[in-house]
Ligand binder design. Structure first.
Ligand code: C6P
Length: 562
């Protein structure tokens, strides 16, 4: 199977790529890449509209793909398969159409504590609009849904139950069949978020008897921007359209519009035609391998990986459910997950770090983030061994920031602001550029950043408030500033973060700006500096945004504080 995925033969930081971020998106086999090429080279045209041959070809391929997907999830009819942009879009469709048209004050929508934001926020929006109430099924320390609490929360007021099949942040496989059966006894309809399941085991929506099932193409070896909402025809037929536009209508006059039949009623506008067709190719690919086989293989790989990961000193697994899919979320005692992610990347290993769009899960475990290795059928024991070796190496060699050895930034209640390191931000920038030039490759530069972060004096706890919090950063960042009492032109600041790599960036900002005149802060062209030093290219998008948020906070405070 590995041979089918060209990207798995590429290098990351000069080392063979070990891709363990399949929960975010899976890689694509050559057959899927080729199908996209074929579509745009030979089959492209709009569907359901043209009388000419090419349009009919594209329409046929698109509708044949729908049938493949119908068979793949064992839906009773192909009109129960709605093309969407992805899981998020599918859930929003149900919340907006069914939720808005049926929910009333006093009704309840039941979700679980382990939901992805895309199965929380759409329901919050609809509950706000309809007066219905959102209720949450709690989870235990292992990250399993507490079934007795679910039973207690279920009542005739429960109109919709929307739960995840497999948690993306914990790996828990939920007992969805039991959930569906119990919810049906109370007359509730049930949506299952299958984003993290479909590529990892067989799906049979009729056997499950779920009312809706949502998933994304890109997590099952297919393209991004395409997903599926399965819905029982009886329910979909009764639901009002969610979006208006071309293709979803039967007849339009200014007085009255009538709507198309299923599935088109929910597919307004020109869809992702290539995506729909190529998703069919991805489904063929995975079906030919066999989902039962994939499930068995991944279970074995997880058992191998998880037991060994848990043995590494300082590692704590978050999510230890008895029934788990191939996802390992973990934290380590010394290294912030964001720093760990950067250091693993330097070893050629791609994992995701952060809250995984599950902030309530992080809050439940009182942690800001985890590192997450999520496996797919093409991962091997060799991948796992390299990942484990890298985690061992990073955690063993990482020197946790010794709070005492760094100079405190407060003494006897007086804040010790760092002084200017050069006569102007431009001069400080030149020194930094010279330093970075000497460091050579980005591996060394990252290490240097992390070391700089380690040396940054910690910010006094009492200054870490909501007012000093800088929003827009992936990690927690606080920034406190003041004009120098002796020279009101001088801008002083300190900042801190829970991730050393971000502290390294703060150290750079301190060298540039701290102790400089406020007007020099305003004038300094930091964007050009970031380009020259290479930070614009070598930081991830999220971290670049975080850096921009810190810079704009510094500029604003330098301009405002007198
Ligand atoms: N989780 C992850 O790294 P979209 O973005 O619409 O394709 O899928 C949203 C979604 C919904 N439910 C679950 C359980 C999910 O895991 C995801 C996507 C990715 O975990 C990206 S945040």
């Amino acid at each position: 199977m590995r041979a089918d995925f060209p990207i798995l033969r590429t290098l990351a930081h000069g080392k063979p790529l070990v891709y363990l971020d399949n929960g975010a998106t899976t890689q694509k086999p050559q057959i899927v890449i080729d199908a996209t090429d074929t579509y745009y080279s030979r089959e492209n045209s709009n569907i359901h509209r043209g009388v000419y041959e090419l349009s009919q070809l594209a329409t046929t391929l698109y509708e044949e793909s729908r049938i493949k997907i119908q068979k793949f999830i064992n839906a009773a009819e192909s009109r129960e398969v709605i093309y969407t942009k992805g899981t998020t879009d599918s859930i929003n469709l149900v919340a907006s159409s069914l939720g808005r048209s049926t929910l009333k004050p006093g009704d309840e929508v039941l979700i679980s504590h382990m939901e992805h934001h895309s199965n929380i926020v759409p329901w919050q929006l609809i509950c706000e609009q309809t007066g219905a109430m959102l209720k949450v099924i709690p989870i235990n320390e292992a990250g399993e849904l507490i079934f007795e609490e679910f039973e207690k929360l279920l009542s005739p007021r429960t109109k919709i139950v929307s739960v995840v099949h497999v948690s993306n942040s914990l790996g828990t496989i939920n007992p969805v069949k039991q959930i569906i059966d119990l919810a049906h006894k109370q007359g509730a309809v049930v949506l299952i978020d299958g984003a993290q399941w479909v590529a990892h085991g067989p799906t049979d929506v009729q056997a499950l008897d779920c009312d809706f099932y949502a998933f994304s193409g890109h997590k099952i070896f297919g393209p991004t921007g395409i997903g599926i909402l399965y819905g029982k025809a009886k329910l979909l037929d009764a639901m009002p359209p969610y979006q208006g536009g071309g293709d979803m209508i039967s007849n339009v006059t200014f007085e009255k519009t009538t709507y198309n039949d299923l599935p088109y009623k929910f597919e307004a506008g020109t869809p992702n035609i290539a995506g729909g067709i190529v998703l069919g190719t991805a489904i063929d690919y995975v079906s030919n391998i066999g989902l039962e086989k994939i499930a068995a293989y991944e279970a074995e790989l997880l058992a191998y990986a998880q037991a060994r990961l848990a043995e590494i000193p300082g590692v704590r697994l978050i999510g230890t459910a008895k029934k788990k899919a191939s996802v390992m979320s973990f934290i380590t005692s010394g290294v912030h997950p964001h720093d760990l992610g950067v250091l693993l990347d330097l070893e050629g290993i791609a994992v995701r770090t952060g809250h995984h769009c599950c902030q309530p899960v992080m809050d439940r475990f009182h942690i800001p983030a985890t590192a997450r290795a999520s496996m797919a059928a093409y991962n091997t024991r060799d991948d796992i061994d390299r990942f484990l070796a890298a985690v061992r190496k990073v955690t063993a060699s990482y020197t946790p920031r010794p709070a005492q050895s760094a100079a405190p930034s407060s003494s006897n209640g007086k804040i010790l602001f760092p002084p200017a390191v050069a006569e102007s931000p431009e001069a400080a920038a030149q020194e930094l550029l010279d330093n970075f030039d000497m460091l050579g490759d980005w591996q060394t530069r990252y290490q240097y950043l992390i070391e700089m972060g380690g040396k940054l004096p910690p910010m006094p706890k009492e200054l870490k408030t909501d007012t000093t919090r800088v929003h827009g950063c992936q990690s927690v960042v606080h920034l406190y500033s003041q004009r120098d009492p002796k020279d009101k032109q001088v801008f002083n600041f300190i900042a801190d973060s829970d991730a050393d790599i971000v502290r390294g960036l703060i150290a750079i900002l301190e060298r540039l700006y701290a102790g400089q005149k406020a007007d020099a802060v305003a004038k300094f062209d930091v964007e050009t500096f970031f380009k020259e030093i290479g930070l614009d290219q070598h930081l991830s998008g999220g971290r670049r945004n975080g850096l921009s948020s810190m810079v704009s906070r510094i500029r604003t405070e330098a301009a405002e504080k007198v």
